[in-house]
Design a protein around this ligand. Structure first.
Ligand code: HEM
Length: 86
């Protein structure tokens, strides 16, 4: 417990409703919720698409991009802020 607090690891994921995701301008991929705000200007595919998908579900689009390798799919975790309430 102490270790997890020290390393700021959540034992339980934070759950977000669609309304919260819209307000906070997070992006949904699968059942996960991401904050790409700080990454938008760094995205190799450009900021525009990430700005467009703010508050939206980008699952289909994200997986259709061939440049999104398995490595990139794993790196999504760095941007994860929680999961979608079902
Ligand atoms: C961990 C997060 C992400 C990483 C590391 C990443 C990385 C990349 C890379 C390396 C490319 C190729 C750029 C090139 O060919 O020059 C790319 C393209 C692209 N990405 Fe991402 N991406 C991420 C998230 C997303 C998300 C959430 C979306 C939303 C749907 C997205 C949409 C696109 C699009 C539309 C392209 C352009 C494809 C094209 O021009 O053919 N990406 N991304």
């Amino acid at each position: 417990m102490l270790i997890s607090l020290l390393f700021n690891m959540n034992l339980e994921p934070t759950f977000f409703s669609i309304d919260e995701i819209k307000t906070k301008e997070y992006i949904i991929i699968d059942n996960n919720v991401y904050d790409f705000k700080k990454f938008e200007e760094k995205h190799p595919g450009g900021a525009k698409v990430l700005v467009y998908f703010r508050g939206k579900n980008a699952t289909d689009k994200f997986y259709k991009i061939e440049a999104h390798t398995d490595e990139i799919k794993k790196n999504l975790n760095y941007f994860k802020v929680g999961e979608l309430i079902n």
